[in-house]
Design a protein around this ligand. Structure first.
Ligand SMILES: [Cu+2]
Length: 130
């Protein structure tokens, strides 16, 4: 009886530990503020970073890496420059880019969040229209 209880407790501990291990970068998600943008130069693409368990926006992330290319259209080698620009609201990260072709563009983004050892990554598709 005692042994059974101990085993149950051990399993409960193991389960909660593995939940803690899975919590981390996957607690955060990048979402587009709008997936529709106009084709052309000096286009602004914006994403917001959300902490999923609390629903709170994360405004102090440090963007480590960004790339935008036409991978969704089978043109992964067709990339465009990205320049960070001041955001319009807390938790929103905006970039200026040149989307020279209409179609789908994939933004890949990596960020460091305060207190989170893992790098948070996101892939967001934007559609550039005429
Ligand atoms: Cu293209």
């Amino acid at each position: 009886m005692t042994q059974k209880f101990t085993l149950g407790a051990a399993i409960a501990v193991a389960v909660s530990l593995s939940i803690a291990a899975f919590a981390g970068a996957s607690d955060y998600v990048f979402e587009p503020t709008s997936t529709e943008v106009k084709k052309g130069d000096d286009v602004i693409v914006s994403v917001r970073l959300k902490h999923k368990p609390t629903g709170k926006m994360v405004s102090d992330a440090v963007i480590a890496q960004t790339r935008i290319d036409m991978a969704p259209e089978g043109m992964a080698e067709m990339s465009a420059p990205l320049t960070a620009v001041p955001s319009t609201e807390p938790g929103v990260y905006s970039f200026k880019t040149d989307l020279s072709m209409q179609g789908q563009w994939l933004l890949s983004i990596a960020a460091k969040v305060q207190g989170e050892p893992e790098t948070v990554v996101g892939k967001i598709t934007f559609r550039a229209s005429r």
